[in-house]
Design a protein around this ligand. Sequence first.
Ligand SMILES: [Zn+2]
Ligand SMILES: [Zn+2]
Length: 553
Amino acid sequence: MPEPVIITFLGGLGEIGRNCAAIETKGRVVVLDCGQMFAGDDLPGVDAVLPDLDWLIHNADRVEAVIATHAHEDHIGALPYLLRHMSLPVYGSVFTLGMIEHKLREAGLNGRAVLHPISDGDRRKIGPFDCEFLPVTHSIPSGNITAFHTDQGVILHSSDFKLDLTPIDGRRTDLSRIGALAHDPGIRLMLADSTNADSPGASRSEKEIGGVLTALLRANDQRRVIVASFASHIHRLQQVADAALMTDRIVVPVGLSMRRNIKLARKVGILRIPDHALRDVEEVGDIDPRRLCIVCTGSQGEPRAALTQMARGESRWLKLGDNDTVVFSSHPIPGNETAVAAVRNGLARLGARVVHSGIVDVHTSGHGKQQELGTLHSVAVPEFFVPVHGEYAHLVAHRDLALEMGMDRDHVVVAEDGDQLELSDTGLEHLGSVGGDHLYVDGTVGDLGNEVLGDRRVLGADGFVAVIVHVDTERCELLAGPDVVSRGWVEHPALGAHETAVVDTVEAAVMKALDDRVADLARLSQIVRRSAGGIVAERTRRRPMIVPIVREG
Ligand SMILES: [Zn+2]
Ligand SMILES: [Zn+2]
């Protein structure tokens, strides 16, 4: 009997970010992407959120390899954390591996992974799987769709995709091969990107942005122009460079990742900028500002990025003023809106003119919208379908689209992080859940959980009040205190009166307890917490963290 295939979703189903799935058959596992998610304001102090790597770590002896579909952070960002626990081969395109190599070198882990470059159309035996890699169009070059040829039929993973008929590099999503697979042997299960499943229509071609950028540079011919974009969006950078060349400007990349990626992309031949049109930022003072086209990071308001520094007036190289036009060639990723607004306000304060996608069409999405998703479904005609890569509402929207296109309700499964699905002769079944917890990074991984985060939220909202009491439990006597120490609760001079009230209330409560012969430190702590919490809430209508410290002697 053909062996079943089990898919364990370790992240990315229920959020945009930390994409990671384990695909296994015959007891061997291949990891499909290993991304991270950026932490929002609701996760104070958290640097990154990782997929539930614990499951992979527990099954380390069964893991064969990692396939990296493309080089976005939400697909490769957690690789260094995984490779700290196990040494694995990694498969990806030359560009994807170039980005991974840098990431591993930065983390001091370059010996931990043998990198296997794949080309479009390649078929590789990876563990028990026969994997076929197809080209896909997205907002980063050289991404791949993966078709797993298994005993249970073909499992097709769309990767992040759009259907751009005129991509910058001419490398279209390979619908014809998907169609051929659909015809023979048929696609048993499809996992497809749901990011834009609730957006009607189709995303515009990347190529349309070039004309808009050229017109913008022309319209600003008496000004210095700064274009902010993702450092990994090589096709956008190509169009900025082409527009600059056409309007007789020189491209100057600013920001570490921008400079590094341009170098890598030129090296592997996917970005064409002639040497004479490219200069280092160190030379920026020697060039007429009206001939400059600066490209930089910071379109998402990232705190350390080049544009953010410029907006704060802290850039070492560029001081912006009223002769500058700043183009945001991007959309803020959900969660980054406030940071982006702060950068825009900073730029406006300096006198710069700001252009963004709300004003002119200087951006298009890298994720297919409903018409594109529908096209993929109609070409692939999968027997089973699981929407992936999206918040829960996106997954549901993608399910509804599949149903609308005639798929059988029992053949579409909305799964969530941690869910384990089994594809066997009898169909696609939900086996259970392995957790799928968020793993937080704050300095080191794994020492930060929901309890600490809950405490941080309380501390951030209302501060803390610590009450210190010394008792003699044998004689049931109060020896010293209560003393009150607080931070972030109330301002002086009101603080004194509130603290006195806490002291009086806690003292009365502790004295009564000791009179009643309560001699247990844990019980006394509880009494201190309750009495202090009560009076604090009554007087100030706030709920700071109450920290009772009850000591013997
Ligand atoms: Zn992506
Ligand atoms: Zn993605």
